[in-house]
Design a protein around this ligand. Structure first.
Ligand code: HSE
Length: 344
C-alpha cells in the first residue's frame, strides 16, 4: 500500500475524488488538503465522504501552516499535487513537491508552477532524482491528451512541435464566433473550470508558454526552456496572445473563410553540433479547412514533426485539452501507470 496525500481540492481535485474507483486499490489516501484545511486518517479517507465534508467545510484541522510542512510531517509515499498555478511564488506546488521528495515520496501532478523558470524545474527534477522517486507531471500538459506519455513509443528526433495548446482561449474564440461578448465568454470558461485561476494566463498566452516548456523537455530531448526565452506575440503593439480580440474581428475573418487560433510552437534550430530551441506563442489565422482550424471548444491539438534516418514523420494528436474530468482522467492514468512501474 502507498500512503498517499492529495493537495488541492478544486475542480481537478474533486474530479479525481469522484473518479476514485478508477484509482488502483494499492493507494491509501491518508491525507487531503486545500487552502482552507486538512483531512487526515491513517486508516484511509473515504473519497465520497471527503467530498461532502469539503463542501460543508468540515475539516479535521484548519490550514494553520503551509501544506509543505504538513506533508513533511505526514511523510507520505505518494503526493498527488493538484493545486492552481502561481507564477509569482510557485506556491504551494513547488514547496509541496520538494517536501514530498525530501520525505521519499513519488509525485503525480497536474500543477504547472514548477515550470515558471528553468531553475525551478531543474530543482524539482534534481530533488526527484536525488530521492530516486518518480515525478509524473504529464497532466500539466494538455489535460486529457496523453502526448508526453506517448513518447515512450517514439524514437525519432523531434525537430518541431506546434499546436492549439490552450482550451480556454479555443473555447473563447468559438464563443466569440457565436456572437457572445468577450467578458461573458470568459465568465463561462471560468465557471466551467477550464480557465486558470488568473484567466489572463490563458488569454495572454502564458499557459501555452508553460506547456511549451514541459512539452519541449519531454518531446525534444530533455533541454529545458525558460519562460523568458519564449517569444510572446499578440494582436497589436503591447498585446500578447488573443488579448484584445473582438467578436467583430472573429466575424470579419469568418467572412473571409478564416479562423483565429492561439498557437504555440517550438523548433529545433542549429545543426547537430549546437542545437537550440526557438519557441513562440502567437495568434494565427488559418483557412477553415486546416485541421487546426477545426479543433473545437476546449479541445487541443498538437503536431509533432521529426525524422529518423532521414525519413520524416509527422504525428497529429487531438483531444480534450482542459476541464476537470479531462485532467482527472490523465492524473488517474498516471496513478495507474505509477503502480504498474512500481509493480505493487
Ligand atoms: N487553463 C488551461 C486551458 C487548463 O484552458 O488549457 C488546462 O491546462
Amino acid at each position: 500500500m502507498l500512503r498517499t496525500v492529495l493537495v488541492g481540492l478544486g475542480h481537478v481535485g474533486r474530479a479525481v475524488l469522484r473518479g476514485w474507483e478508477r484509482v488502483p486499490p494499492e493507494l491509501r489516501l491518508v491525507g487531503a488538503a486545500d487552502s482552507r484545511g486538512r483531512f487526515c486518517d491513517e486508516a484511509g479517507l473515504d473519497p465520497r465522504e471527503l467530498l461532502s465534508r469539503k463542501a460543508a467545510g468540515d475539516y479535521d484541522s484548519p490550514a494553520e501552516r503551509p501544506t509543505w510542512q504538513w506533508i513533511a510531517e505526514l511523510e507520505p509515499e505518494l503526493l498527488i499535487e493538484l493545486t492552481v498555478t502561481d507564477l509569482q511564488s510557485g506556491e504551494p506546488a513547488v514547496p509541496d513537491m520538494l517536501a514530498a521528495f525530501a520525505a521519499g515520496a513519488h509525485v503525480v501532478t497536474s500543477a504547472k508552477s514548477h515550470q515558471r523558470s528553468r531553475a525551478e524545474l531543474q530543482r524539482c527534477e534534481a530533488a526527484a532524482r536525488a530521492a530516486g522517486r518518480l515525478f509524473l507531471d504529464h497532466a500539466a500538459h494538455l489535460a486529457g491528451v496523453p502526448v508526453t506519455e506517448m513518447m515512450a513509443g517514439v524514437g525519432m528526433r523531434v525537430t518541431m512541435l506546434e499546436g492549439v495548446l490552450n482550451g480556454t482561449t479555443n473555447y473563447l474564440l468559438q464563443r466569440l464566433e457565436d456572437g457572445v461578448g468577450f467578458e461573458q465568454a470568459v465568465a463561462e470558461a471560468v465557471a466551467r473550470g477550464y480557465a486558470e485561476r488568473d484567466w489572463r494566463y490563458d488569454v495572454e498566452g502564458t499557459d501555452v508558454g508553460l506547456k511549451l516548456v514541459g512539452l519541449a523537455r519531454r518531446l525534444m530531448g530533455g533541454a529545458v526552456l525558460d519562460l523568458e526565452e519564449i517569444r510572446f506575440e499578440g494582436l497589436g503593439p503591447g498585446r500578447r496572445g488573443i488579448d484584445g480580440v473582438t467578436p467583430e474581428l472573429v466575424a470579419a475573418l469568418r467572412a473571409q473563410g478564416k479562423r483565429l487560433k492561439l498557437f504555440g510552437e517550438v523548433r529545433l534550430e542549429g545543426g547537430d553540433g549546437a542545437p537550440a530551441l526557438a519557441a513562440r506563442v502567437y495568434p494565427r489565422t488559418l483557412p477553415l479547412a486546416d485541421p487546426f482550424a477545426r479543433v473545437a471548444g476546449f479541445r487541443n491539438a498538437i503536431a509533432i514533426h521529426g525524422e529518423l534516418n532521414g525519413t520524416r514523420m509527422d504525428l497529429f494528436l487531438a483531444g480534450p485539452g482542459a476541464g476537470a474530468d479531462q485532467t482527472a482522467s490523465r492524473v488517474i492514468g498516471n496513478l495507474r501507470h505509477l503502480v504498474e512501474l512500481l509493480r505493487l
